[in-house]
Ligand binder design. Structure first.
Ligand SMILES: Cc1cc2nc3c(=O)[nH]c(=O)nc-3n(C[C@H](O)[C@H](O)[C@H](O)COP(=O)(O)OP(=O)(O)OC[C@H]3O[C@@H](n4cnc5c(N)ncnc54)[C@H](O)[C@@H]3O)c2cc1C
Length: 397
């Protein structure tokens, strides 16, 4: 029994496969994914792909010829159904099975469907994969009313992709802020005004009582018609395969600092993995391209028997119209925010910097259209638990 099997053809799985080869790993590598498309980047799906109505923005993670060239056995449209840990075998949906020496679970996350009467039977649209994006592009043809459930990154990026369209876009957010989990109240408020100024209707604290074809009924009795309904209410980690195999799972597949699950032959990386991180007090599950790629490279180093690169400052981005939001570090509710820039400027040329402080230490920097400051923060932020203060100066330092 030899070789490495990777489940999941997203950012984490693909990065890991190629990093293994670039580190000289010589064993068999099999990359299994239930998505039938050649592995691709997800970020453009809610940005360029929607804005261009599918005409551009589709970006493969690697060119098709590179998989055989690097001896990565790519199995697309195949689901891993079961892991037989004692036999070190994975049972596949195509009737086959794969033996492994090491197994890497890079199963990502799935859209969360809110519990709203009628929603499940509506066949409402999410936006997680290329098939979702193609379906959304088709649904948008001729649409004039778009309703979006959720004002997180995906919901707002979709709304922004429709800024200059003939669609009336209404976003319903159950929380009291847009991107409430991701950014400071100040930056959240800036984006709320930025969107509203460009025509996006945003209802905060919204409850949806029922969904039926073409119509939403709110908790207060208001009704909202739609041609297209997008569910953008966040994701949940895909832990089903790991749980079936008896691995420790909670809000993700639990791993140690080297991404090993409770079975030392099985690793987990990317959106599905709950791992210790020096920039977070306890284990954390990060949903970002940067994290998925970094964890993929780290596991490759572990399996190649080489020094494992350290974990870097977590970072995220979101592009909404002319506003490029970049976040370095991990903020939390209760952090103090120090702003630089004019909060009242919501023009296309606006620029904003929000530094978030905890116990006097800068723990996160949020920027809008200020890439050099974002890059500096990624170089200079230090873990909150490490004792020394961040080299990012306080405003009055
Ligand atoms: C529309 C969109 C826009 C985004 N924009 C940004 C952005 O601007 N910036 C940013 O940093 N991040 C962004 N993200 C998030 C980022 O794309 C993810 O964090 C990243 O792709 C996670 O990669 P992953 O490999 O961990 O998981 P995924 O990309 O989810 O890949 C997991 C794969 O595993 C497959 N799978 C699951 N179970 C099985 C099984 N049993 N057998 C076989 N296959 C299985 C899944 O179908 C999936 O294809 C965006 C995500 C989406 C959906």
């Amino acid at each position: 029994m030899s070789g490495t099997v990777i489940i999941g053809t997203g950012q984490a799985g693909v990065e890991c496969a190629f990093a293994l080869r670039s580190r000289g790993y010589d064993g068999a590598i099999t990359l299994v994914g239930d998505d039938p498309d050649l592995p691709y980047q997800r970020p453009p799906l809610s940005k360029e792909v929607l804005k261009s109505r599918g005409a551009s923005g589709w970006m493969p993670l690697r060119g098709a010829p590179l998989y055989p060239a690097q001896r990565v056995d790519l199995r697309l449209g195949v689901r891993a159904d079961r892991i037989l840990r004692s036999e070190r075998r994975v049972i596949l949906s195509d009737g086959g099975d794969l033996g492994f020496e090491h197994l890497i679970l890079a199963t990502g996350a799935r859209n969360r469907i809110p519990a709203i009467a009628g929603l499940a039977t509506l066949g409402a649209q999410g936006l997680r994969n290329a098939a979702d994006a193609r379906a959304l592009v088709t649904a948008l043809e001729g649409a004039t009313q778009v309703a979006i459930l959720g004002a997180g990154f995906i919901g707002l990026e979709t709304a922004a992709a429709l800024f200059d369209s003939r669609c009336t876009v209404t976003v319903f957010e159950s929380g009291s802020r847009v991107m409430g989990r991701a950014v400071s109240p100040e930056v959240s408020d800036w984006f709320l005004r930025f969107h509203r100024h460009r025509g996006t209707r945003i209802t905060l604290g919204a409850t949806i009582a029922a969904a039926e074809p073409g119509m939403l009924t709110l908790g207060n009795g208001d009704r909202c018609g739609f041609d297209v309904l997008l569910i953008a209410a966040g994701v949940q980690p895909d832990v089903g395969l790991a749980a079936q195999a008896g691995l420790s799972v909670s809000n993700g597949i639990e791993t140690d600092a080297l991404h090993r699950t409770s079975d030392p032959r099985i690793f987990s990386i990317g959106d599905c993995a709950l791992a210790p991180h020096p920039f977070h007090a306890g284990p954390v599950r990060l949903e970002s391209v940067a994290n998925a790629a970094e964890q993929g490279r780290r596991v490759a180093a572990v399996l190649a028997g080489q020094a494992v690169p350290g974990q870097t400052v977590p970072w995220f981005w979101s592009t909404q119209g002319s506003a490029r939001l970049q976040i370095a570090g991990l903020g939390a509710p209760g952090d103090d925010t120090h702003l630089a820039g004019d909060l009242s400027d919501i023009s296309d040329d606006a620029s904003l910097v929000a530094r978030r402080y905890r116990n006097g230490q800068c723990v996160a920097v949020e920027t809008v259209n200020a890439a050099p400051i974002h890059m500096e923060a990624r170089r200079t932020l230090l873990p909150a638990t490490s004792g020394p203060r961040s080299r990012t100066p306080t405003p009055d330092a």
